[in-house]
Every structure is written in C-alpha cells, then in structure tokens.
Design a protein around this ligand. Structure first.
Ligand code: G3P
Ligand code: CA
Length: 282
C-alpha cells in the first residue's frame, strides 16, 4: 500500500464538531455546521449516504430517524414507515422534504428546534466555505464519515468503490485541497479510498474493545493517518501504539469537560464532541 495523505496545514489539535454540534443544533445540518465553527470547531464531522439518484447526502441513519424526523405532510413516522425506504432507495428531492430539526432531539435537550433538511455534501461545503470566508475565520477541515455496512449493501449503500468515487467526485469540484479526510468503521471503503485515491487522508473508526491498535492496523492493510476509537477505549497504551504507527489519535464522542481533560492529559491529538465549545481552552 502507498503512504498516507499529507496533513500539511492541519491544526496541532483537532477540535471536531460531531455532526456539527449535535448538542446545540439539529445534527448533520448546515446550521449545525455553522454553529460548530462559530463556537470553536476547526473540523466538522458529517455522515454520508448515496441517494437512489446518486447524490451524496448528509445523514447519520440510513433511513428516517423516528425520534427526530417529520414527514413532509406533517405525519409523524412510525417504526415501520421509517424503515420502508432507505436513503439509497429514495431520490434526493424526496429526502430533502423531510424535516429533521423541528422536533428537536429528546436525548439533547439543549438542542435548538428549527426546521432543517438533510443537505447534499457539495452544498454543505459551499455554505461552510462562504461562512468562514465572510467571517475571516480559518478554513474548516471536513471529516467525512462513510456510512456503510457489508450486510446492507445495495439497500443502505452501493459497493464501496462506487460510494468512494461519488464522494470524491463531489469533493474534487470544491477548492478545499487536503482540507478533508474520509473515515469509516467499515474497512472496505477505506481500502477502496487508499487504492483509488492514495493521497487522501484516512481515519479509521472503532468501537471494538476486542482488537488492539496493532491488530486493527494489520487488518486494514495499511496505516491510517488518523485513529479514532470510542473514547472509553483510550489509555496510555493506545496513545503509545498510535505514536509508534505515526497516527493521530482522535477519540469520539466526548461530551464532558472532565473526560476531555483526562484524554488531553493522556496525550490525544484531538477530540470529537457534540459540544465543540468545550474545546475552547485547548
Ligand atoms: O466521528 C465519530 C463518530 O461519528 C462515530 O459514531 O455513530 O456518531 O457516526 P457515529
Ligand atoms: Ca459519524
């Protein structure tokens, strides 16, 4: 495998707004991205899917999340109707009509309620670029999470190569240089990305306590540039192993000042949080 992408120009400490700032704004929407940047995020994390008509859209779940979504006609979504259509079985024009902000999210009581839609990746990048330029803020780095699952191929998403190419087709039309990276829990799209676009920066996500850092790197088949475990899995040995491999260690999703402090003292290179305001002192 070829060497990893160059992180030149990347900040020393990665302050990553999870789904924008899920704690304060409807997740994975443009208002959430702008708010995250406004309160100090230098990276924004988004989750992506491919619609039936081949558009790269931003959403976390593969179909409507009954807790946060409202159908265009105002009906609320039942468990059954939510699973009837995945984004990959719908055209984007129909997906865009679903409101994912007005209901709020009961798990995040501080989250502002406002009508919001699931944007396209290209549109989101354009909005964020215009937002930071207008405010003379440092350009943002995009952490693009490829949501895929081998068992749901063709239902949740196309084959990894197709998915990665669609994302790269969008990103390459934007003038953002290396200000993005691709991450996934699924090794297959990361392997596709490294083979097809060796210069692209790769982040490996894991929530699995069963495998060590060394085992994960070996299974992936190359050294990812960024290693992102669930924060509960991080200890001094994780920090050492990431240093040894030359990977940035950026755990998720850390939502209290105490936990953030502990991880920073251990020596992580960044934090993914629903509340990027908690990172302002770093
Ligand atoms: O970036 C890390 C985090 O997004 C992984 O979990 O489920 O929130 O996408 P999830
Ligand atoms: Ca994510």
């Amino acid at each position: 495998q070829t060497a990893g992408g160059a992180m030149s120009g990347y900040p020393k400490f990665f302050k990553e707004g999870h789904r924008g700032t899920r704690g304060l704004m409807p997740e994975n929407t443009i208002p959430s991205m702008k708010k995250a940047i406004e309160i100090g995020a230098n990276f924004i994390e988004v989750d992506v899917y491919l619609s039936k008509d081949g558009q790269v859209l931003i959403a976390h779940d593969p179909f409507a999340n009954i807790a946060i979504s409202t159908l265009p006609d105002g009906r609320s979504i039942s468990k059954d109707s939510a699973k009837l259509y995945t984004w990959h079985q719908m055209n984007y024009a129909d997906i865009r009509r679903i409101d994912v902000g007005s209901k709020g999210n009961p798990a995040y009581p501080q989250q502002q309620k406002l009508a919001a839609y699931m944007p396209l990746l290209g549109e989101l990048i354009d909005s964020v670029e215009a937002f930071t330029a207008a405010r003379k803020l440092k350009p943002t780095i995009y952490n693009i999470e490829i949501k895929s699952n081998p068992k749901m191929e063709g239902v949740y998403q196309p084959a990894p190569d197709v998915l990665v190419k669609a994302i790269m087709d969008v990103v390459s039309t934007k003038k953002i240089g290396n200000r993005f990276y691709l991450q996934s829990f699924d090794m297959r799209p990361l392997q596709s990305a490294r083979r097809l676009y060796p210069e692209v920066i790769i982040g490996f996500l894991t929530g699995d306590a069963k495998h060590s850092v060394d085992e994960n790197v070996k299974a992936l088949g190359f050294r990812p540039d960024i290693y992102s475990p669930a924060y509960q899995l991080v200890n001094a040995a994780t920090v050492e192993a990431c240093k040894k491999h030359g990977m940035k260690l950026v755990p998720w999703t850390v939502n209290t000042a105490e936990e953030i402090d502990k991880l920073v003292k251990l020596g992580v290179n960044g934090i993914i949080t629903d509340y990027p305001n908690l990172l302002s002192k770093y």
